[in-house]
Design a protein around this ligand. Structure first.
Ligand code: IPD
Ligand code: CA
Length: 252
């Protein structure tokens, strides 16, 4: 199943890599920070068709379009383009994210940056891989940690909280980054490029696939209050290499 998911996602990646005239058909959904391009819609339509052909009995929860009820045993949780603002501005740091969830637990996760051709993938219990090679979180402690963050641009009520957390983590760690694609941030922790990622509010398709890749790579992911994440319901995300996870208690 993982290989089949990877093959579908790779084909979707061709649609993104070959995109042109991106700005022409870009619309604001809920303000200037929340964009949708014709490619977000086209890639989701493609993924929905191809993924449901693989698992016809599955439900489908995607960022673009209607959200169906999630009462089926198997559900795809999909972001056709995570990092849409990067995509519109040709920053080449975006991804396609597909999670296949079974009874509320992510069973398979695939995150693909078509520009760098980095394919992160995991099956529950089977380890995590980058382009077929096993990956693992780093063993750096907080004083050596790079923290990545999202600024929760879609909801400015979280701005003060986001920046005070960033400031606190900057003081505790080595440095910070803000790349603009939550799924890739989680995968960067998984493969040891960084140690911590947080965002005060995300949608499930922004972290569902990456959450399995991270835990299979030895990392840990919870809400900012330490409670478990949910692949169907959005909320905050605190994703670490495990060693840095308890830093949460210093952030209250
Ligand atoms: C966004 C990106 C961004 C994060 C936002 C997300 P989108 O996803 O992951 O890094 O800060 O909160 O919504 O809208 O580009 O799919
Ligand atoms: Ca998106």
């Amino acid at each position: 199943m993982l290989d089949r998911l990877i093959a579908v996602v790779r084909r979707a990646g061709d649609m993104i890599r070959n995109a042109h005239d991106i700005e022409k058909d870009t619309h604001e959904k809920n303000g200037a920070a929340d964009l949708v391009t014709k490619y977000d819609v086209a890639v989701q339509t493609f993924l929905q068709r191809e993924l449901l052909a693989l698992v016809p009995e599955a439900g489908f929860l995607g960022e673009e379009g209607e959200h169906e009820t999630l009462d089926k045993p198997w559900v795809f949780v999909v972001d056709p383009i995570d990092g849409t603002t990067n995509f519109v501005r040709h920053m080449h740091h975006s991804n396609i994210a597909v999670a296949l969830v079974h009874e509320g637990c992510v069973a398979y996760g695939v995150v693909y940056n078509p520009f760098t051709e980095e394919m992160f993938a995991a099956r529950r219990g089977g380890g995590a891989f980058l382009n077929g090679h096993p990956i693992h979180v780093s063993d750096r402690d907080m004083s050596h940690a790079i923290t990545m963050c999202g600024s929760t641009i879609y909801d400015r009520r979280f701005t003060d909280r986001s920046f005070s957390l960033m400031r606190r983590l900057y003081d505790l760690g080595l440095d910070f980054r803000r790349f603009g694609s939550a799924e890739l941030d989680v995968c960067y922790v998984a493969c040891g490029r960084a140690e911590v990622f947080f965002e005060c509010r995300l949608s499930p398709w922004d972290y569902a696939a990456g959450s399995l890749i991270l835990t299979e790579a030895g990392g840990k992911i919870t809400r900012l209050d330490g409670s478990p994440i949910d692949p169907y319901r959005g909320g905050s995300v605190w994703a670490t290499n495990g060693i840095c996870h308890s830093v949460l208690t210093l952030l209250k």
